[in-house]
Design a protein around this ligand. Structure first.
Ligand SMILES: *Cc1c(COP(=O)(O)O)cnc(C)c1O
Length: 461
């Protein structure tokens, strides 16, 4: 299995290199050269298996032998052993044809744990073999950073730096990043928004002298291995509801387009997914792009679902790459236009995207109203991101069973939940003392040279 860049001019890599590299050297994202298709029988055989076994069968074809089968099974088992639910990703029924996939039972209470825990295990195993040391730098709107700190804290061959937008993450999210006491964890509070943080991380990757000097590795959802780990729960949930014998649809609360892109890969692998519905908050660039064919940024408006306060959705580039017939040059040109504000999606590409994706947007008031109504009609307490998904899903219900992804635990966003319901959700027992742990973080300017100097200095000491 080989991986190619969406911009067509970076080296072709195997799985291990693609995982360690993150962003391609031409600024693009790695995608598999071909997507392996699972037969009807192979998909049918997944029903009723443990999550770990589904994970092994779905991901194995992508590894190209990078890990042996027993070794890979061991890494998967370790990755999910820290989850606090035996099903890992339990399905809950909300209405006759609407289901919720709870992806928040991992150690940091958001779906990011599914990929980050596994990538932590895989990177550690790879580094133990090569004896190398790497520097991970990631940008976060809150949940990626906490999941990364949790997955990499204390690992011998890794330093992890997380850039988060100062003042724009919830207290729980911030504390999950600032309270790990291990010396290899570095929480950086950036003067800027999430798009600034993501742009500075991309700048570091595009500064090859810096990148090679500190052996930079990325764990943002630009990393193919993260997308891959998320493909698994689409199979797990769909087969629980009768796939491949009947189709299902998914609605996905979307920011950086990583989670929903994993659903797109599952569909290309042969899983019968009718619709993949993009759910956005008031930062609705993706909804606008799908509806009017114009992909144009207009500034981030902070919302009560902060993990989706994103304008430039990195992984959308991967979907565009396919929609433009895998023409890397065309994608490189579009991404240059995006830097200048935006671009029109060609009619052909737009039709291709609309054949798979639908979209909808949820306002702040609708988010609060949905948290309240879901509690009243089902007893389920939703986090604001999951509520965005549920609202948009409700607008797209039909004959096909709908599965909405619940991306975080309500206790991660207690202010919004309390505003909507009067109930302040408690943190689960394993992090009940979060607010008593001492915090450690560094304020940093939105400036590439200053950031690079700080990283160099920290890893030297
Ligand atoms: C990251 C995140 C999202 C958005 O996921 P993407 O892969 O960036 O689209 C939605 N909800 C929560 C709680 C998140 O942490």
């Amino acid at each position: 299995m080989q991986y190619i860049s969406t911009r067509g001019s970076a080296p072709v890599l195997g799985f291990g290199e693609a995982m360690m590299t993150g962003l391609a050297r031409d600024g693009g994202l790695y995608v598999p050269e071909t997507v392996p298709v699972m037969s009807h029988a192979d998909i049918a055989a997944l029903a009723g298996l443990a999550y770990e076994e589904v994970a092994f069968r779905v991901m194995r074809p992508y590894l190209g032998g990078f890990f042996g089968d027993d070794e890979f099974r061991g890494l998967i088992d370790k990755a999910y052993s820290g989850f606090h639910h035996a099903a890992r990703a339990p399905l809950v029924q909300l209405a006759s044809n609407h289901f919720l996939l709870e992806l928040f039972h991992g150690p940091t209470l958001a779906f990011k744990d599914f990929a980050m825990q596994l990538i932590g295990q895989m990177m550690q195993a790879a580094l133990a073999k090569s004896g190398e040391r790497i520097t991970i730098v990631g940008a976060t709107s809150g949940d990626t950073g906490s999941a990364a700190m949790e997955a990499f804290r204390g690992l011998a061959n890794v330093d992890v730096f997380i850039l988060f937008p100062q003042g724009r993450v919830s207290d729980v999210q911030r504390r999950q990043m600032t309270t790990p006491s291990e010396a290899n964890c570095h929480a950086l509070a950036l003067d800027g928004d999430f798009d600034d943080a993501q742009a500075r991380v991309k700048d570091m990757f595009n500064d090859f002298a810096f990148r090679d000097g500190v052996r930079l590795a990325g764990v943002n959802s630009i990393n193919w291995a993260r997308v891959l780990a998320q493909v698994v729960y689409y199979f797990y949930a769909a087969t629980a509801l009768g796939a491949p014998h009947r189709a299902v649809s998914f609605t996905v609360p979307t920011g950086n387009f990583g989670d929903i892109f994993a659903g797109y890969i599952a569909r290309r692998m042969g899983l019968p997914i009718d619709r993949l519905v993009i759910a956005t908050n008031q930062n609705d660039i993706l909804d606008r792009a799908l509806r009017v064919g114009d992909y144009r940024t207009n500034g981030v408006k902070p919302s009560i679902s902060p993990s989706m306060d994103i304008q430039v959705s990195s992984n959308f580039e991967r979907a565009l790459f396919d929609a433009y017939g895998r023409d890397g040059k065309a994608i490189a040109a579009l991404m240059d236009d995006l830097k200048a504000g935006g671009f029109h999606i060609s009619q052909g590409a737009l039709e291709t995207l609309r054949a798979t994706f639908a979209s909808g947007r949820c306002s702040e008031d609708e988010t609060l109203a949905t948290i309240a109504s879901a509690l009243q009609t089902t007893g389920e307490l939703l986090c604001p991101h999951s509520a965005v998904g549920v609202k948009v899903a409700e607008d797209h219900l039909g004959a096909t069973p709908m599965i909405t992804l619940a991306t975080a635990h309500p206790a991660k966003f207690p202010d919004a939940v309390e505003r909507a319901t009067g109930i302040r959700p408690a943190l689960p027992p394993h992090m009940a003392d979060l607010f008593e742990r001492p915090e450690r973080m560094t304020r940093v300017p939105n400036d590439l040279a200053a950031l690079e100097a700080l990283v160099r200095e920290r890893i030297a000491s």
